[in-house]
Ligand binder design. Structure first.
Ligand code: 9MR
Length: 393
């Protein structure tokens, strides 16, 4: 256990007497910025995560809806849960549609797009001065049946992808800050997923560069990312990205960033080379981001985590956040949901859960307070955003 355990204990004790929005002494450089900035006091209420974040650094969450939520016995969280929406607006300066911009939702039939959910998330973000991370354009999963089971020629498939990227990215041009253009294209050995990924299988690896080019044409101001899980450490998979992005940069392909999802489990330990890994991509001139952070655990029979488990979880969140804060171009830290009420984890991992920073009744856990503390004490110099990104929106 790392020394942060002590910090966590102090913070959790404080948590008992602090309400969510309790003001914390202001730290210079936090919670300010130009009027359009997500950290501006107009949006960032004192005591919130977004207020605690240093200038130029956004703190995000997935917006719950679609995917596994559809099989649960609750209504759509984003549109139906008022408490959820309030915390979403108050605490976060960036939002990522959890499922609502994936192919099966936004392009459910051939030639037919459905932007209703995606539009409402982007409009919500604009009302609340939040960045948006678009997720995702080229992936092997959550593709509609018409696409996966269709009998298309290579030319037709290429045109389908081109039309999708042009239409979706173009619709939100100037309103989406970062796009996960490519999601999960490598396997654990660092081999391209040539079987599972329809695009790579049917059109060859060159399609990856084209996806970035088309996205850039549709929105030259969006930052374009490679996104994946199990790429936190320096390992075969992250090495594969490191090689690929260098090739693409040498070919002037508009790749702007590399992001690690950071779906962690306490049983596997913390990925100790996360900061070094982010730094090597930063050294290539890329932006970096942590995009889907959560820390699951094996729950005792009671179904409730022990205090020691919550402390360990807080330590993992703190380490992940610090790794990002320590890398100059890592300017976006997103958690994959903020409440256990709506987390994907128990649905996908039997016996595991409690992965987010608030419990099912939206009560903040040690991880929440540790994140706030870590943001407040962050000593970041410079604008955070890479120079090519222009001023923050
Ligand atoms: O959280 C998402 C869940 O609602 C969906 O059912 C699931 C289906 O694949 O996808 C989840 O989100 C994934 C994300 O899009 C990509 N990285 C892994 C995430 C967790 O599975």
């Amino acid at each position: 256990m790392k020394p942060v355990r002590l910090v966590t204990a102090v913070l959790t004790a404080a948590a008992l007497s602090l309400s969510l929005a309790a003001p914390v002494a202001a730290t210079p450089g936090h919670g300010h910025g130009p009027p359009h900035h997500p950290g501006h006091p107009k949006y960032a209420k004192p005591g919130t995560l977004r207020w605690a974040a240093p200038d130029g650094f956004v703190i995000g969450t997935a917006v719950a809806g679609g995917g596994h939520h559809e099989e649960q016995d609750y209504p759509d969280p984003f549109t139906s849960d008022r408490t959820y929406r309030k915390i979403l607006a108050d605490q976060f300066s960036s939002v990522s549609p959890e499922n609502q911009m994936k192919w099966e939702y936004i392009h459910p039939e051939q030639g037919e797009y459905d932007f209703a959910m995606a539009d409402s998330i982007v409009e919500f973000a604009e009302r609340n001065g939040q960045d948006v991370r678009g997720h995702t354009l080229l992936w092997h999963s959550q593709n509609p049946a018409w696409l996966e089971e269709g009998d298309f020629s290579s030319e037709e498939l290429r045109e389908i992808l081109h039309d999708h990227i042009t239409t979706v990215v173009g619709r939100y041009a100037g309103r989406i800050d970062q796009w996960d253009v490519s999601n999960e294209i490598f396997d654990e050995e660092g081999e391209l997923r040539t079987e599972d990924n329809i695009w790579i299988r049917e059109l060859g690896p060159e399609i990856i560069a084209d996806a970035f080019r088309w996205a850039h044409e549709a929105d030259p101001s969006a930052e374009l990312y490679f996104n994946d899980y199990n790429v936190e450490d320096v390992n075969a998979k992250s090495d594969a990205y490191y090689e690929l992005v260098q090739e693409l940069l040498a070919d002037d392909v508009p790749v702007h960033g590399f992001s690690a999802q950071v779906h962690l489990s306490t049983q596997y330990g913390f990925p100790g080379s996360l900061e070094d890994n982010l730094q090597r991509f930063d050294d290539l001139g890329l932006g970096t981001a942590l995009t889907e952070v959560d820390v699951r655990m094996q729950l005792p029979e009671s179904g409730r985590p022990t205090w020691a488990q919550l402390e360990q979880q807080a330590d993992y969140y703190q380490q992940a956040l610090s790794a990002c804060l320590n890398v100059e171009g890592c300017a976006s830290f997103t958690i994959w949901g903020f409440t256990d009420k709506y987390s994907w984890v128990p649905v996908f991992f039997e016996g595991e859960g409690a992965a987010t920073v608030m419990d099912e009744r939206f009560r903040p856990k040690p991880a929440f307070f540790t994140m706030k503390h870590t943001l407040l004490k962050a000593d970041r110099k410079g604008p955070g955003r890479p120079p090519w990104a222009g001023p923050g929106r």
